[in-house]
Design a protein around this ligand. Sequence first.
Ligand code: ADP
Ligand code: ZN
Length: 213
Amino acid sequence: MKLILLGAPGAGKGTVAKLLTEMDGSVQISTGDILRAAVKAGTELGKKAEAAMKAGELVSDDLIMGIMGERLKEDDCKAGFLLDGFPRTIPQADALKGLLENMGIKLDAVVNLVVPREEILNRLTTRRTCVDCGAIYNVRSNPPKEEGVCDKCGGDVVQRDDETEEAISKRLDVFNEQTAPLVEYYRNEGNLLDADSTNSSNVVDVIKKELGV
Ligand code: ADP
Ligand code: ZN
């Protein structure tokens, strides 16, 4: 399947994407994961993105479109892709539209993951991420078996730099200003699918039902 997963930080985009990849071999493309890997590896891209990410602000549209223009051309996307954290601004959505048209690709749906703000705050402050494989844990509801160690790959499970209270509040403001308008953008395009994401498996059920898979 070819989907965009839209939703606030902490809405469960990554979790839903992982559940879906297990279903049909579609590849999860997370701009956040790509950027974090670049920062960790100390590449040019990482150096350009690091400060904005740490502050909870967005990386420039040009940088993101450079990454995604390349990424969507890779072979593994032919089986389907789940865009997690992209597009995040109207200019990115416009650029993506042109890119997909040029490639002759049609999206199956844009899924809007809806979660109450209070639940979002609760999730983000308790979320922990594996630095090596990106697996997501929660200290309250889904801790790794051994504290700080990834069940899947043995990597370090940590709180992200942008998950301090200050950066979280900044990321939510940035989301409301720059990304939330994409909900109406895609509703107008006619392919928006709203899904209650208080429970990630509910989102998967809504998608399966809509796409008939
Ligand atoms: P979350 O969805 O939990 O906020 P992500 O892992 O998607 O986090 O992104 C982390 C950070 O990476 C963002 O706060 C932003 O700085 C940067 N980033 C990721 N995707 C984009 C994008 N499409 N456009 C601009 N910046 C991005
Ligand atoms: Zn891991």
